[in-house]
Ligand binder design. Structure first.
Ligand SMILES: Nc1ncnc2c1ncn2[C@@H]1O[C@H](COP(=O)(O)OP(=O)(O)OP(=O)(O)O)[C@@H](O)[C@H]1O
Ligand SMILES: [Mg+2]
Length: 233
């Protein structure tokens, strides 16, 4: 199996006035292509910090991150931007949709950076909205959609440029339990259909029963990793 994420001795500290907060204290982790992995751990344990660094949105204090067998150089912002646009998809707790754009317009946003024509962009966006079950909601604005539907628009937007890795920080936190489960099953389906690697954080123990592997952070330390083919480096 191909290793897609390799994190070695990752440390992250935040300076808060005179106080130094050790958010990550030497995390080692490797995730294989095609895995569906949840990060859990109590509030403040470092889940968002770890996801942000793996997503190249924040840089570590020390340690190394390799994605797709490539060591990430956190200094080159332009290169990172390009890398993110080509290889990574993100979904967020608050959906982060543009409120004045329709579902279709929100989903085609990442494609504006490609050479596709407008017609191709809209076709591709409509196809993926259909895949997430929103074929009849293309022209709805976010506030005309339920929370679960909004998050599915966000999933479509994250996946429209066919990334290899989907990162999601508490994607179900603002959803009722039914929509949360629907979202998990949708992500699982995408994972199984296309080999998309999914790494997400969640508090919700009920959802974690659907996951291949759960890793637990405790106060910035990776405590355990359970599942079928786990590996803590
Ligand atoms: N920008 C920042 N500046 C200072 N401290 C920060 C910053 N971001 C995170 N921290 C601290 O780092 C620790 C880890 O925070 P993080 O957001 O990663 O936790 P989390 O596991 O995602 O929590 P939650 O479940 O509440 O989202 C916390 O103690 C937090 O206060
Ligand atoms: Mg968090």
């Amino acid at each position: 199996m191909k290793t897609l994420i390799e994190v070695s001795d990752l440390h992250k500290t935040f300076q808060q006035g005179l106080e130094t907060i050790h958010a990550l204290k030497g995390v080692n982790l490797s995730i294989q292509q095609g895995e569906f992995v949840a990060i859990n751990g109590y509030s403040g344990s470092g889940k968002s910090t770890l996801l942000n660094i793996i997503g190249t949105l924040d840089k570590p204090t020390s340690g190394e991150v390799q994605l797709f067998n490539q060591s990430i150089n956190f200094k080159n912002q332009l290169e990172l931007q390009k890398f993110r646009a080509q290889k990574l998809g993100f979904i967020f707790q608050n959906f982060n949709l543009n409120p004045v754009l329709s579902a279709l317009e929100n989903v085609q946003m990442p494609l504006l950076l490609t050479n596709l024509s407008q017609k191709q962009r809209l076709e591709k966006s409509a196809q993926i909205l259909e895949k997430v079950g929103l074929a009849n909601r293309l022209h709805h604005k976010p506030k005309q959609l339920s929370g679960g539907q909004q998050q599915r628009v966000a999933v479509a937007r994250a996946l429209v440029s066919s990334p290899a890795l989907l990162l999601a920080d508490e994607p179900t936190a603002n959803l009722d339990s039914h929509s949360a489960l629907q979202l998990m099953l949708l992500l699982k389906e995408m994972n199984q259909a296309s080999g998309l690697t999914v790494l997400f954080s969640s508090h919700d123990q009920r959802l974690l029963t659907h996951i291949d592997r759960t890793i637990t952070l405790n106060d910035g330390v990776l405590q355990s990793s359970q599942g079928s083919n786990y590996e803590v480096a």
